[in-house]
Structure formats: C-alpha cells, structure tokens
Design a protein around this ligand. Sequence first.
Ligand SMILES: C[S@@+](CC[C@H](N)C(=O)[O-])C[C@H]1O[C@@H](n2cnc3c(N)ncnc32)[C@H](O)[C@@H]1O
Length: 263
Amino acid sequence: MTTEPLPDSLQIPFDPGSVWLAGAGPGDPGLLTLRALQGLRQADVIVHDALVGERILALASPAARLEFAGKRGGRPSAHQDDITNRLIELAREGHRVLRLKGGDPFVFGRGGEEAQALAEQGIPFRIIPGITAGLAGPAYAGIPATHRTANQAVILATGHSCAGGPDWKALAATGAPLILYMAWKGLPGIAAGLMEGGLPADTPVGVVTDATTERQRVLVTSLGTCVEDLATSGLEPPAIIVVGEVVRLRPVLDWLPQGASHG
Ligand SMILES: C[S@@+](CC[C@H](N)C(=O)[O-])C[C@H]1O[C@@H](n2cnc3c(N)ncnc32)[C@H](O)[C@@H]1O
C-alpha cells in the first residue's frame, strides 16, 4: 500500500497538538475524502471506531499509532468520556491526532460532543465531514434519498431509544421517506409506530447491511412484513433501513450486483 503524500495543492497544515475529527465514510475506501486521507497519512495517532474497516486503516502512515475506541466485536466498550479525555491527552502531548469515525462524525456519531469537549479545553480541532452511511448505503443499493416525483423531504432518524427515540407516529405523518440508523433491534416498535401513524403496511422497506463494503446485502420488504422477513433473512447489522416509496426505484436503479467487488 502506497503512503505517498497527496499533492501540495490538496494539503492543509495538520498542526501538532491538534485533533482532526474526521468521517471515514461508510466502508468503501474509495468513498474517503482527500482530507481524511491526508489525516491518515500525517497523523501521529489515529483513534478509530469499530465501523472503520481494515482497508481504510491500511492507508495510515506506517509510523502512526492506531488506538481502537469502538463498541463492537466483543471488545470492551470505550466510555465516551474516556475517549474525549484520551483525545485531549494526546493533543496536549503534542501529537497530531486523527479521530476517525464511521460515516460522518456529525451524523449520529457523537462528533459534536467530542468537538464540544475539545473546544472547552482549548484544543484546536478541525471537522472533516464524511459520507454518511444513510445516504451512501441506499445509493449503493439503487435507492435515491430523494427523487423529484416521489419526495421533497427526507428524514434521517435514529432507532436507538436511549434518548427516548423519535415520535414515529409524527414522522409517519410527514409522508417523507425515513432513513433509519441503529434501527435493527427496535424495528418491531418502529414499524408498529409508523403504521399507527398512518403509513400503509405495504410501504416498501429497503434494508442495506454492511453498506458499500464487499459484504453488502440488500433486502426489500414492506412495513407490514419487515420484522419477520429480517428475522429469517440471515442478514446481520450494521444496517441502514429505508422506509418509503423511493425504495420502489431499486429494480431500475440497482447498479451493483450483490457480492460484487467495490474496487
Ligand atoms: C453510531 S451510528 C454512526 C453513523 C455514522 N456516523 C454515519 O454517518 O454513517 C452507527 C449506525 O450507522 C449505520 N451504519 C454505519 N455504517 C454502516 C454500513 N456500512 N452499513 C450499514 N449501516 C451502517 C448502522 O445503522 C449503525 O448501527
């Protein structure tokens, strides 16, 4: 793997003692931004989440130290305060710190909380947006987030209920397609809430697992049957779940055969 620097015209200074809070995109290394790639090449320490894959970490400078700060794969959970304290500590030691998160750091990624802590401690930081799984996953499954004849709005929502969770009936009433993160476990309650809110049982649902990676799989089902279909599908999270008429475009727009190489 080459770790040659990017052309000067594409680089900006990455100062010692600062933190770049970057999104690594949804999985396919080709969806990294050039700025995140610069961070991978120049960081002294890379503090990364579980959703950042090996193929992306392989782009890091061989001199960089990799620190895992994720919550998956049977490894012990890192507490959010411990992660932010570690970022502050590393920056104070004078390292160039890349905090690398799956997707976009500001979309259900707690990037705002980490940036807040850095700001409070006077640590210089930069936010590097990434391509969020909620847009890339459906795109890699031939499902557009918006389509002129189908919708004029789209809702990104979390199915995680730790902060009470969204009001599913109210979201259903908007008629906008829903792009759901972290909705696997809570799907029975979410589907019921959306139907109570007026969405018909035959509303199409698209489930994209391991989106944009070589393991990507897609299931198309309906609101009324999605819980049972998912349970018997053999699929596993992480998943993006799309609820709405835009899913009906997949048969025409599906451009990526299941299991195909992503480059
Ligand atoms: C804590 S959120 C992080 C979202 C991330 N910041 C982003 O912008 O994509 C984690 C959830 O994102 C979704 N997710 C992230 N990467 C994914 C992928 N490659 N395929 C499917 N879902 C993914 C899943 O719903 C997963 O439970």
